[in-house]
Design a protein around this ligand. Structure first.
Ligand code: HEC
Length: 459
């Protein structure tokens, strides 16, 4: 404790000398850190994007009146670096969307709270940030699904809904955001680009079961007696199962996951939506309420200015054959995927459910070099950020990506729905998934044809 206090006072002292905003006034009066002058600019820049009315955070942090009751909690959240949320190890990779506060901002908030959380002079208050409904981007076009009714007390339900773009020419998408119509029932929504002739007319994609899957209602699960391999890199000798890991190619336009904000791609990088394409909305509904709820989830698209030099797509790499024993607090599961071509790496996402504990991905290059490229040391289901790299880099064909995840199926995991259950792959969030998603770009705009897309493969 003493050393922590020391560390803060050192920071504060350096602040007093360095920060022009806290210049010492003449005379002996100690400088006062105020909300209006010092704290509001930090909150507006780093917190208000979620902490304003009708957004994902439970309280608005815009006015002094709103912020004051939270002062102690805010200090705690920023000193512990719980807020703003960020789960990638900052020592591995640098990310464009890293929202972490500087040491100086943390010291300012700390000093403000310790100094009595004063309001300050009204003329120091910067203008309130403005928000356009719940969009964090300025969409050029919004496409919504037709209204869905999610029945009362509905169990988990995956719906696939197809929305025509009616694009007469190829369009390039620089940024996108998926907004649930009703956050109480939308667990996640993934919007992918799909050619008009691939829109299923008979069975829904979810009804095409893999050899070891079964379906209840509108969701799929792995059969309890399906083959088990926590090591997704081990060779499979199971008939009908080529390997325990799979990498699927997906052209994701946008995604809504808890804590996931808009998909803003680096300049020059964009997703191609070919003329006439449809958008497939895969929406995971889960209604715990006693009344039916209506939903119209939508996607907002921002068009890229031409020319676009890099076309983005995504490999979704999975091991679906793990078995997490009851009570195990650190159960290891791996997956392996070898790149079928050269590509430029753009972003990473870790996807697990409530029992997910940590995830790392190591690249083993064709020349034998090993490199840790991604680390989420404390995974939190409520925060599934996509981590956009500051420096995109080329990964050669033949690079092997080895992902290692740990799951906590013990009672010590406060999010664990049931520590007495052996857990296998399943779409509901009380079952598990182990996914590492690699967003990449191809330099010459083209749609790769040779890879297998999950939908193609299962039709
Ligand atoms: C990406 C959206 C987002 C950003 C950015 C964000 N918050 Fe939050 N914050 C949330 C959500 C959602 C919750 C409630 C869920 C949770 O606690 O995880 C929350 C909870 C909190 C809490 C309550 C924690 C508790 O003790 O229950 C505090 C305090 C807080 N935020 C402060 C801040 C501050 C200060 C910043 C900026 C430095 C910030 N937040 C940035 C979304 C955000």
């Amino acid at each position: 404790m003493a050393s922590r206090l020391n560390c803060h006072s050192t920071l504060l002292i350096s602040l007093l000398f360095l920060a022009p905003r806290i210049a010492l006034p003449a005379g002996d009066t100690p400088p006062q850190v105020t909300f209006n002058k010092d704290v509001a600019p930090i909150l507006y820049a780093h917190c208000a994007v979620c902490h304003h009315p009708n957004d994902i955070a439970p309280m608005s942090l815009l006015t002094y009146g709103e912020v004051r009751p939270w002062a102690a909690a805010i200090r705690e959240a920023v000193v512990q670096r719980v807020m703003p949320p960020w789960h990638a190890d900052p020592h591995i990779g640098e990310y464009i969307n890293d929202p972490r506060l500087s040491e100086q901002d943390i010291a300012t908030i700390d000093a403000w709270v310790k100094g009595g959380a004063k309001e300050g002079s009204p003329e120091d208050l910067p203008p309130l940030p403005e928000y356009n409904n719940s969009w964090h981007i300025k969409p050029d076009l919004i496409l919504a699904i037709p209204e869905q009714t999610v029945a009362a007390a509905n169990q988990d339900d995956y719906e696939y809904i197809y929305v025509p773009t009616n694009f007469k020419e190829d369009r390039w998408i620089r940024a996108a955001e998926v907004i649930p119509g009703d956050r109480r029932v939308v667990h996640h929504a993934t919007v992918s680009v799909i050619a008009a002739d691939k829109v299923p007319t008979g069975k829904k994609p979810g009804e095409n079961l893999g050899p070891f899957e079964f379906r209840t209602g509108q969701v799929n699960h792995l059969k309890p007696d399906a083959p088990v391999s926590d090591d997704g890199c081990a060779p499979s000798t199971v008939p009908g199962l080529e390997s325990f890991s799979q990498g699927y190619l997906n052209h994701v336009a946008g995604i809504y996951l808890p804590g996931h904000l808009a998909e803003v791609r680096p300049p020059g990088y964009a997703l191609k939506i070919p003329a006439g394409s449809y958008l497939q909305f895969q929406v995971h509904y889960s209604n715990r309420l006693k009344e039916p709820v209506k939903d119209r989830t939508s996607i907002g698209l921002v068009f890229a200015e031409r020319p676009v030099a890099h076309e983005v797509a995504q490999y979704e790499i999975w091991n679906n054959y793990f078995l997490i024993p009851p009570g195990d607090n650190a159960h290891k599961v791996t997956s392996c995927f070898t790149l079928p071509k050269d590509l430029t790496v753009v972003a990473y996402t870790a996807h697990m459910h409530f029992r997910g504990k940590s995830m790392t991905t190591e690249a083993i290059y064709p020349d034998g070099r090993h490199e840790m490229i991604f680390n989420v040391p404390k995974y939190d289901f409520r925060w599934q950020e996509t981590y956009f790299l500051k420096h995109q880099y080329v990964m050669p064909k033949g690079t092997k990506l080895v992902t290692t995840a740990y799951f906590d199926n013990s009672v010590n995991n406060p999010l664990n729905p049931d520590a007495t259950k052996a857990v296998r792959w399943g779409e509901p969030s009380n079952e598990e998934m182990m996914g590492f998603w690699l967003a990449f770009a191809d330099d010459v705009p083209q749609t790769p044809k040779q890879e297998v897309n999950r939908l193609d493969a299962t039709q």
